[in-house]
Design a protein around this ligand. Structure first.
Ligand SMILES: Cc1cc2nc3c(=O)[nH]c(=O)nc-3n(C[C@H](O)[C@H](O)[C@H](O)COP(=O)(O)OP(=O)(O)OC[C@H]3O[C@@H](n4cnc5c(N)ncnc54)[C@H](O)[C@@H]3O)c2cc1C
Length: 361
């Protein structure tokens, strides 16, 4: 199919935000996703204050979606813990709620939605399983999933996996977790816990493959090991663990930044940069890249200029988040983080602020 307007591949936060921005600027677009129905993608479900700010600018009303307010960061390492106030309010919201609303708004702003699974992308052409798409501009927003011809390099020997489980609302979990984002630092990774709309708990791990192997290779084995070794985790997981479904994704290329692209190809979201998820800033990067790419396209600026500028904008937060992630995943680093947050809580708040993508000047 030959289009005279932009094609957006992927209807996650990045693709939908681009469709909304293009639509509001009077540019038609076609938005495709491999899934007809919005799923509940694996994610920590933490919306930073910068993410919330950008969603507000897009008129996405997260209060109406039931977002749970978060005002503190609670850190755990073994039996030690500490708590610091976040610099500004953040929120817990499921991706099912967020992505459903964003897809609805993209379509309401004029995006033509189609279902297709793209297999390859090359100079103005996307090859789908249903048809071939030709477009003057392609916005690549396939997120965690690489597409032939545009794959991101996997350089780490011991790759990082994402594992998520959702536990139902209980009075005990509500009182334990409350208005905090909890980061339980473990050898080779971390577990992030937040409450979301309706009070359910989103429990999301980023963990090295080797750490999973040490726990017997299965997510269930890893959760059982964590509950055995960390009393605070055992309390939060409770008996519901037995019936919970786990989702996993493999080989997350943390730290990768795209600084070059082909003419007419705008890479957005996780296809533009992958900030370690410990920072909780991935959705913010998705929204900021969509906004910047839509602006560049409307101003007839080249995709290469957009990509180089966006790479410069994200470099500092991605590097800082990478340093924090590498420190926190070691036994000594995790203990040092707890000690530091007790001695200098202001410094932790400054680091949390530094891992946000800066707004456009
Ligand atoms: C373990 C973990 C925890 C995280 N926790 C957080 C957090 O708490 N807060 C936060 O801000 N960020 C978090 N992130 C990062 C966040 O999930 C991503 O940065 C964000 O989802 C990127 O949005 P996106 O729109 O680029 O991609 P995605 O959300 O991955 O969306 C991509 C879309 O493209 C579609 N698609 C994929 N392939 C194809 C194809 N071939 N053809 C057609 N359609 C396709 C998919 O169906 C999907 O709808 C986390 C990441 C990980 C790994």
């Amino acid at each position: 199919m030959r289009l005279s307007h932009p094609l957006i591949i992927g209807a996650g936060p990045a693709g939908c935000a681009a469709a909304i921005a293009l639509g509001r600027g009077g540019t038609r677009c076609t938005l495709i996703d491999r899934d007809e129905e919005v799923g509940d993608p694996l994610c920590g479900g933490f919306l930073s204050w910068r993410t919330a700010e950008q969603l507000e600018a897009l008129d996405v009303n997260i209060d109406a979606l039931g977002a749970h307010r978060i005002s503190r960061l609670r850190l755990f390492a073994g039996t030690r813990s500490s708590e610091v106030a976040l610099p500004r309010a953040a929120f817990g919201l499921s991706r099912l709620a967020l992505d459903s609303e964003m897809r609805r708004m993209a379509i309401a702003n004029g995006a033509q939605f189609s279902v297709d699974t793209i297999r390859g992308v090359d100079s103005g052409k996307a090859i789908g399983s249903q048809r071939e798409w030709n477009a003057p501009a392609i916005f690549l927003a396939s997120g965690k999933h690489d597409i032939r011809g545009q794959s991101r390099p996997r350089t780490a020997k011991d790759t990082t996996l994402g594992i998520r489980l959702r536990l139902p609302a209980t009075p005990k979990r509500t009182s334990l977790i409350g208005d905090a984002i909890e980061l339980h630092l473990i050898d080779g990774g971390y577990v992030g816990i937040v409450l979301q709309e309706g009070g359910s708990a989103n429990i999301c791990l980023a963990v090295r493959k080797s750490a999973l192997a040490r726990a017997g290779g299965s997510p269930d084995g890893l959760f059982a090991q964590l509950a055995d070794q960390h009393p605070a985790m055992a309390e939060r997981l409770g008996d519901d663990l037995r019936d919970a479904r786990t989702d996993t994704i493999g080989a997350v290329p943390y730290g990768w930044i795209c600084s070059d692209t082909a003419p007419g190809l705008f890479r957005l979201g996780d296809q533009a940069a992958v900030i370690p998820s410990l920072a909780g800033e991935g959705i913010s990067i998705a929204l900021a890249s969509a906004q910047a790419a839509a602006r560049s396209h409307s101003a007839n600026r080249s995709s290469q200029d957009y990509q180089a500028e966006f790479a410069t904008r994200v470099r500092r937060p991605v590097r800082l988040a990478s340093t924090l992630w590498h420190t926190a995943e070691t036994h000594l680093g995790a203990r040092a983080a707890i000690a530091l947050s007790r001695m200098a809580p202001g410094l932790i708040a400054t680091l949390a602020q530094g891992a946000r993508i800066p707004p456009v000047a």
